[in-house]
Design a protein around this ligand. Structure first.
Ligand code: GLU
Length: 380
Protein backbone atom coordinates (compact mmCIF):
# COMPACT_ATOMS: atom_id res chain seq x y z
CA UNK A 1 0.00 0.00 0.00
CA UNK A 2 1.24 3.43 -0.93
CA UNK A 3 0.89 6.73 0.87
CA UNK A 4 -1.48 8.95 -1.10
CA UNK A 5 -2.96 11.34 1.48
CA UNK A 6 -1.86 12.98 4.71
CA UNK A 7 -4.23 10.67 6.60
CA UNK A 8 -2.10 7.70 5.50
CA UNK A 9 0.71 8.95 7.74
CA UNK A 10 -1.37 7.86 10.74
CA UNK A 11 -2.04 4.40 9.32
CA UNK A 12 0.28 1.62 10.47
CA UNK A 13 -0.45 -0.42 7.34
CA UNK A 14 0.48 2.29 4.82
CA UNK A 15 3.04 3.98 7.03
CA UNK A 16 4.72 1.43 9.28
CA UNK A 17 7.68 3.70 9.99
CA UNK A 18 7.45 7.47 10.38
CA UNK A 19 10.11 10.12 10.98
CA UNK A 20 8.82 13.17 12.85
CA UNK A 21 11.03 16.26 12.76
CA UNK A 22 10.41 18.94 15.34
CA UNK A 23 11.72 22.44 14.65
CA UNK A 24 13.48 24.63 17.23
CA UNK A 25 10.77 27.28 17.37
CA UNK A 26 8.23 24.66 18.44
CA UNK A 27 10.33 23.37 21.30
CA UNK A 28 11.81 26.54 22.66
CA UNK A 29 10.03 29.81 23.42
CA UNK A 30 11.36 33.05 24.91
CA UNK A 31 10.99 31.74 28.44
CA UNK A 32 12.37 28.24 27.82
CA UNK A 33 11.05 24.86 26.77
CA UNK A 34 7.42 24.60 25.61
CA UNK A 35 6.85 21.66 27.87
CA UNK A 36 3.05 21.45 27.75
CA UNK A 37 3.11 21.45 23.96
CA UNK A 38 5.80 18.80 23.88
CA UNK A 39 3.79 16.63 26.26
CA UNK A 40 0.94 16.78 23.77
CA UNK A 41 3.19 15.78 20.89
CA UNK A 42 4.70 12.92 22.88
CA UNK A 43 1.15 11.64 23.59
CA UNK A 44 0.57 11.60 19.84
CA UNK A 45 3.83 9.73 19.30
CA UNK A 46 2.81 7.22 21.99
CA UNK A 47 -0.54 6.78 20.22
CA UNK A 48 1.26 6.12 16.93
CA UNK A 49 3.45 3.53 18.66
CA UNK A 50 0.34 1.93 20.15
CA UNK A 51 -1.15 1.71 16.63
CA UNK A 52 1.91 -0.27 15.62
CA UNK A 53 3.92 2.44 13.90
CA UNK A 54 7.67 2.81 14.44
CA UNK A 55 8.47 6.44 15.18
CA UNK A 56 11.83 8.17 14.86
CA UNK A 57 12.11 11.70 16.20
CA UNK A 58 14.52 14.23 14.73
CA UNK A 59 14.60 16.97 17.30
CA UNK A 60 16.10 20.42 16.86
CA UNK A 61 16.34 22.88 19.70
CA UNK A 62 19.73 22.13 21.25
CA UNK A 63 21.28 25.38 20.08
CA UNK A 64 18.26 27.51 20.96
CA UNK A 65 17.99 25.92 24.41
CA UNK A 66 21.69 26.07 25.22
CA UNK A 67 21.90 29.69 24.11
CA UNK A 68 19.31 30.60 26.74
CA UNK A 69 21.20 28.79 29.48
CA UNK A 70 24.52 30.35 28.51
CA UNK A 71 23.01 33.78 27.83
CA UNK A 72 24.33 33.89 24.25
CA UNK A 73 22.79 36.40 21.86
CA UNK A 74 21.38 35.71 18.37
CA UNK A 75 19.93 32.47 19.69
CA UNK A 76 23.42 31.02 19.88
CA UNK A 77 23.93 31.41 16.15
CA UNK A 78 26.26 34.43 16.25
CA UNK A 79 29.28 32.28 15.40
CA UNK A 80 30.09 28.62 14.87
CA UNK A 81 31.83 28.48 18.26
CA UNK A 82 28.70 29.90 19.94
CA UNK A 83 26.47 27.35 18.18
CA UNK A 84 28.76 24.49 19.19
CA UNK A 85 28.92 25.58 22.81
CA UNK A 86 25.16 26.19 22.93
CA UNK A 87 24.43 22.79 21.40
CA UNK A 88 26.63 21.03 23.96
CA UNK A 89 24.64 22.57 26.79
CA UNK A 90 21.23 22.35 25.16
CA UNK A 91 21.53 18.77 23.95
CA UNK A 92 21.72 17.37 27.48
CA UNK A 93 18.51 19.11 28.49
CA UNK A 94 16.83 18.20 25.22
CA UNK A 95 17.61 14.49 25.44
CA UNK A 96 16.64 14.44 29.09
CA UNK A 97 13.32 16.00 28.25
CA UNK A 98 12.50 13.53 25.48
CA UNK A 99 13.56 10.61 27.68
CA UNK A 100 11.42 11.85 30.55
CA UNK A 101 8.28 12.56 28.51
CA UNK A 102 8.47 9.39 26.43
CA UNK A 103 9.15 7.50 29.66
CA UNK A 104 5.82 8.71 31.04
CA UNK A 105 4.20 6.60 28.31
CA UNK A 106 6.40 3.63 29.05
CA UNK A 107 8.54 4.35 25.99
CA UNK A 108 12.33 4.26 25.86
CA UNK A 109 14.16 7.13 24.18
CA UNK A 110 17.44 6.43 22.40
CA UNK A 111 19.72 9.32 21.52
CA UNK A 112 21.72 9.42 18.29
CA UNK A 113 23.88 12.40 17.38
CA UNK A 114 24.93 12.27 13.75
CA UNK A 115 27.23 14.29 11.53
CA UNK A 116 26.94 14.68 7.79
CA UNK A 117 29.80 12.24 7.21
CA UNK A 118 27.98 9.55 9.20
CA UNK A 119 25.40 9.41 6.44
CA UNK A 120 27.58 10.38 3.44
CA UNK A 121 30.09 7.59 3.89
CA UNK A 122 28.48 4.38 2.67
CA UNK A 123 29.97 2.18 5.41
CA UNK A 124 28.99 4.55 8.22
CA UNK A 125 25.57 5.00 6.63
CA UNK A 126 25.01 1.24 6.79
CA UNK A 127 26.17 1.28 10.42
CA UNK A 128 23.60 3.94 11.24
CA UNK A 129 20.97 1.84 9.44
CA UNK A 130 21.86 -1.19 11.54
CA UNK A 131 21.69 0.75 14.81
CA UNK A 132 18.36 2.35 13.93
CA UNK A 133 16.87 -0.96 12.85
CA UNK A 134 17.97 -2.65 16.05
CA UNK A 135 16.59 0.15 18.22
CA UNK A 136 13.24 0.10 16.43
CA UNK A 137 13.03 -3.67 16.67
CA UNK A 138 13.63 -3.32 20.40
CA UNK A 139 10.69 -0.89 20.60
CA UNK A 140 12.72 2.24 21.39
CA UNK A 141 12.07 5.71 19.99
CA UNK A 142 15.29 7.06 18.47
CA UNK A 143 15.68 10.79 19.12
CA UNK A 144 18.16 12.19 16.65
CA UNK A 145 19.93 15.48 16.23
CA UNK A 146 22.98 16.67 14.40
CA UNK A 147 26.14 16.45 16.49
CA UNK A 148 26.44 20.23 16.37
CA UNK A 149 29.21 20.49 18.96
CA UNK A 150 31.74 18.70 16.80
CA UNK A 151 30.45 19.32 13.30
CA UNK A 152 32.35 22.20 11.72
CA UNK A 153 30.86 24.35 8.98
CA UNK A 154 32.23 22.18 6.16
CA UNK A 155 30.89 18.91 7.53
CA UNK A 156 27.51 20.02 8.83
CA UNK A 157 24.04 19.38 7.58
CA UNK A 158 23.23 22.72 9.16
CA UNK A 159 19.51 21.99 9.17
CA UNK A 160 17.51 19.12 10.53
CA UNK A 161 15.14 19.00 7.54
CA UNK A 162 17.68 17.31 5.30
CA UNK A 163 18.98 15.30 8.25
CA UNK A 164 15.43 13.97 8.76
CA UNK A 165 15.16 12.96 5.09
CA UNK A 166 18.54 11.22 5.19
CA UNK A 167 17.60 9.45 8.42
CA UNK A 168 14.35 8.30 6.78
CA UNK A 169 16.38 6.82 3.93
CA UNK A 170 18.77 5.10 6.33
CA UNK A 171 15.90 3.71 8.41
CA UNK A 172 13.81 2.78 5.35
CA UNK A 173 10.94 4.83 6.70
CA UNK A 174 7.69 5.24 4.78
CA UNK A 175 7.25 8.94 5.45
CA UNK A 176 8.69 12.07 7.04
CA UNK A 177 6.59 14.67 8.83
CA UNK A 178 8.36 18.01 9.16
CA UNK A 179 6.67 19.96 11.93
CA UNK A 180 7.56 23.60 11.74
CA UNK A 181 6.02 27.04 12.13
CA UNK A 182 4.36 27.13 8.70
CA UNK A 183 1.29 25.27 7.47
CA UNK A 184 3.12 23.94 4.43
CA UNK A 185 4.23 25.20 1.04
CA UNK A 186 2.34 28.18 -0.32
CA UNK A 187 2.23 29.16 -3.98
CA UNK A 188 3.85 32.46 -3.03
CA UNK A 189 5.14 34.16 0.10
CA UNK A 190 2.44 33.32 2.68
CA UNK A 191 2.53 36.91 3.93
CA UNK A 192 1.17 38.10 0.57
CA UNK A 193 -2.60 38.34 0.02
CA UNK A 194 -4.11 35.44 -1.92
CA UNK A 195 -1.29 33.01 -1.07
CA UNK A 196 -2.63 29.46 -1.29
CA UNK A 197 -1.45 26.38 0.58
CA UNK A 198 -0.56 23.55 -1.80
CA UNK A 199 -2.05 20.31 -0.40
CA UNK A 200 -0.01 18.02 -2.64
CA UNK A 201 3.16 18.29 -4.71
CA UNK A 202 4.23 15.61 -7.16
CA UNK A 203 7.92 16.11 -7.84
CA UNK A 204 9.95 19.08 -6.67
CA UNK A 205 10.33 20.99 -9.93
CA UNK A 206 12.05 24.32 -10.61
CA UNK A 207 8.58 25.90 -10.42
CA UNK A 208 8.12 24.52 -6.91
CA UNK A 209 11.54 25.80 -5.85
CA UNK A 210 10.58 29.25 -7.09
CA UNK A 211 7.68 29.32 -4.60
CA UNK A 212 9.99 28.91 -1.61
CA UNK A 213 11.27 31.88 0.26
CA UNK A 214 14.53 31.13 2.01
CA UNK A 215 15.38 31.48 5.68
CA UNK A 216 13.68 30.45 8.86
CA UNK A 217 10.64 32.56 9.66
CA UNK A 218 11.18 32.24 13.40
CA UNK A 219 14.89 33.05 13.13
CA UNK A 220 15.46 30.27 15.63
CA UNK A 221 16.09 27.24 13.47
CA UNK A 222 18.20 27.27 10.37
CA UNK A 223 15.71 25.58 8.08
CA UNK A 224 13.27 27.69 6.11
CA UNK A 225 11.37 26.44 3.07
CA UNK A 226 14.48 25.99 0.93
CA UNK A 227 15.92 23.26 3.13
CA UNK A 228 12.48 21.63 3.40
CA UNK A 229 12.27 21.36 -0.37
CA UNK A 230 15.77 19.88 -0.45
CA UNK A 231 14.58 17.37 2.12
CA UNK A 232 11.56 16.61 -0.08
CA UNK A 233 13.90 15.96 -3.01
CA UNK A 234 16.00 13.53 -0.99
CA UNK A 235 12.84 11.74 0.16
CA UNK A 236 11.38 11.67 -3.34
CA UNK A 237 14.43 9.93 -4.73
CA UNK A 238 14.08 7.23 -2.09
CA UNK A 239 10.35 6.82 -2.76
CA UNK A 240 9.51 8.28 0.65
CA UNK A 241 6.56 10.63 1.19
CA UNK A 242 7.33 13.88 3.01
CA UNK A 243 4.86 16.24 4.63
CA UNK A 244 5.29 19.77 5.92
CA UNK A 245 2.80 20.77 8.58
CA UNK A 246 2.48 23.34 11.30
CA UNK A 247 3.37 22.36 14.82
CA UNK A 248 2.07 25.61 16.23
CA UNK A 249 -1.17 23.95 17.33
CA UNK A 250 -1.94 21.38 19.97
CA UNK A 251 -1.99 17.78 18.70
CA UNK A 252 -0.07 18.79 15.55
CA UNK A 253 0.18 15.27 14.15
CA UNK A 254 -3.60 14.83 14.20
CA UNK A 255 -4.08 18.29 12.69
CA UNK A 256 -1.95 17.22 9.74
CA UNK A 257 -3.33 13.70 9.37
CA UNK A 258 -6.97 13.90 10.52
CA UNK A 259 -7.68 17.42 9.26
CA UNK A 260 -5.32 17.16 6.31
CA UNK A 261 -3.72 20.56 6.83
CA UNK A 262 -0.23 20.56 5.35
CA UNK A 263 1.63 19.88 2.12
CA UNK A 264 2.30 16.29 1.10
CA UNK A 265 5.19 15.68 -1.29
CA UNK A 266 4.88 12.51 -3.29
CA UNK A 267 7.13 11.05 -5.98
CA UNK A 268 6.16 12.14 -9.51
CA UNK A 269 3.39 10.06 -11.08
CA UNK A 270 4.94 9.36 -14.44
CA UNK A 271 8.45 10.32 -13.53
CA UNK A 272 11.44 8.16 -12.97
CA UNK A 273 11.05 4.94 -11.08
CA UNK A 274 12.05 4.80 -7.46
CA UNK A 275 15.81 4.42 -7.23
CA UNK A 276 17.16 1.33 -5.47
CA UNK A 277 18.47 1.78 -1.93
CA UNK A 278 22.07 2.27 -3.03
CA UNK A 279 21.20 4.72 -5.80
CA UNK A 280 18.91 6.65 -3.45
CA UNK A 281 21.81 7.00 -1.04
CA UNK A 282 24.02 8.21 -3.87
CA UNK A 283 21.42 10.67 -5.15
CA UNK A 284 20.87 12.05 -1.66
CA UNK A 285 24.55 12.74 -1.10
CA UNK A 286 24.99 16.35 -0.09
CA UNK A 287 28.74 16.76 -0.37
CA UNK A 288 30.49 15.53 -3.46
CA UNK A 289 34.19 15.44 -4.16
CA UNK A 290 33.93 17.17 -7.50
CA UNK A 291 31.96 17.55 -10.69
CA UNK A 292 32.11 17.16 -14.43
CA UNK A 293 30.30 19.56 -16.74
CA UNK A 294 28.80 17.98 -19.84
CA UNK A 295 27.55 19.23 -23.23
CA UNK A 296 23.94 19.08 -24.40
CA UNK A 297 24.44 15.81 -26.28
CA UNK A 298 25.75 14.03 -23.21
CA UNK A 299 22.95 15.50 -21.10
CA UNK A 300 20.40 14.02 -23.52
CA UNK A 301 22.16 10.66 -23.52
CA UNK A 302 22.13 10.59 -19.72
CA UNK A 303 18.41 11.30 -19.80
CA UNK A 304 17.96 8.22 -21.99
CA UNK A 305 19.74 6.08 -19.42
CA UNK A 306 23.22 5.94 -21.01
CA UNK A 307 26.54 5.94 -19.20
CA UNK A 308 28.59 9.14 -19.19
CA UNK A 309 31.30 9.03 -21.84
CA UNK A 310 34.40 11.23 -21.94
CA UNK A 311 33.42 12.70 -25.33
CA UNK A 312 30.60 14.71 -23.74
CA UNK A 313 32.62 16.20 -20.89
CA UNK A 314 33.66 19.83 -21.32
CA UNK A 315 35.13 20.60 -17.88
CA UNK A 316 36.04 19.00 -14.56
CA UNK A 317 35.81 20.63 -11.15
CA UNK A 318 37.47 19.67 -7.87
CA UNK A 319 39.98 17.00 -6.94
CA UNK A 320 38.24 13.66 -7.00
CA UNK A 321 39.72 10.18 -7.02
CA UNK A 322 38.54 7.05 -8.79
CA UNK A 323 35.45 5.73 -6.98
CA UNK A 324 34.46 9.10 -5.52
CA UNK A 325 30.92 10.41 -5.81
CA UNK A 326 30.76 13.35 -8.23
CA UNK A 327 28.07 15.60 -9.61
CA UNK A 328 27.32 15.73 -13.32
CA UNK A 329 26.21 19.21 -14.34
CA UNK A 330 25.11 20.97 -17.48
CA UNK A 331 26.68 24.19 -18.67
CA UNK A 332 24.05 26.29 -16.89
CA UNK A 333 25.08 24.76 -13.56
CA UNK A 334 22.07 22.46 -13.09
CA UNK A 335 22.95 19.12 -11.48
CA UNK A 336 21.77 16.34 -13.78
CA UNK A 337 23.04 13.32 -11.89
CA UNK A 338 25.30 11.94 -9.19
CA UNK A 339 27.63 9.08 -9.94
CA UNK A 340 30.76 7.24 -8.94
CA UNK A 341 33.64 8.20 -11.19
CA UNK A 342 35.71 5.52 -12.90
CA UNK A 343 38.62 7.96 -13.19
CA UNK A 344 40.28 10.58 -11.03
CA UNK A 345 39.98 14.27 -11.93
CA UNK A 346 43.29 14.43 -13.82
CA UNK A 347 42.40 11.41 -15.96
CA UNK A 348 38.98 12.92 -16.69
CA UNK A 349 40.64 16.15 -17.77
CA UNK A 350 42.95 14.21 -20.09
CA UNK A 351 40.11 12.25 -21.67
CA UNK A 352 37.39 14.88 -21.92
CA UNK A 353 36.15 15.62 -25.41
CA UNK A 354 37.83 12.52 -26.85
CA UNK A 355 36.42 9.30 -28.31
CA UNK A 356 36.75 5.92 -26.56
CA UNK A 357 39.06 4.60 -29.28
CA UNK A 358 41.72 7.17 -28.33
CA UNK A 359 41.69 6.44 -24.60
CA UNK A 360 44.22 3.61 -24.44
CA UNK A 361 46.82 5.85 -26.13
CA UNK A 362 45.97 8.91 -24.05
CA UNK A 363 46.19 7.00 -20.78
CA UNK A 364 48.88 4.47 -21.59
CA UNK A 365 46.82 1.75 -19.95
CA UNK A 366 43.56 -0.12 -20.50
CA UNK A 367 40.65 2.35 -20.36
CA UNK A 368 37.27 1.86 -18.69
CA UNK A 369 34.11 1.65 -20.74
CA UNK A 370 32.76 4.98 -19.42
CA UNK A 371 33.64 7.83 -17.07
CA UNK A 372 30.55 7.07 -15.01
CA UNK A 373 28.85 3.77 -15.74
CA UNK A 374 25.06 3.87 -15.76
CA UNK A 375 24.92 1.30 -12.96
CA UNK A 376 26.78 3.78 -10.76
CA UNK A 377 24.72 6.78 -11.75
CA UNK A 378 21.47 8.28 -10.55
CA UNK A 379 19.57 10.98 -12.45
CA UNK A 380 18.25 13.86 -10.36
N1 GLU B 1 20.66 20.92 15.15
C1 GLU B 1 20.14 22.21 15.49
C2 GLU B 1 19.74 22.26 16.97
O1 GLU B 1 19.57 21.27 17.59
C3 GLU B 1 18.93 22.59 14.70
C4 GLU B 1 19.11 22.65 13.22
C5 GLU B 1 17.88 23.25 12.55
O2 GLU B 1 17.50 24.36 12.90
O3 GLU B 1 17.28 22.61 11.69
O4 GLU B 1 19.58 23.30 17.52
Amino acid sequence: MKIARLADLADAATCPRLVVKVGSSLLVAKDGVRRAWLEGLVSEIAAAKARGQDVIVVSSGAIALGAKTLGLDKGGRGSLADAQAAAAVGQIALSGLWAELLGQHGLTAAQLLLTLEDLEDRRRYLNATATLTRLLDAGAVPVINENDSVATQEIRFGDNDRLAARVAQAARASAVLLLSDVDGLFDRNPALPGAKLLPEVRGVTAEIHAMATGGSSSGMGSGGMTSKLQAAEIAELAGIALAIASGLHDAPMARATAQGIGTLFLPKLNGRRKAGARKAWLGGRLRLKGAVVVDAGAARALGRGSSLLAAGIVRTEGEFARGDAIAIRDDAGATLAHGLSEYDAAECARLMGTQSGEHADLLGYAPRSAVVHRDQLVLL
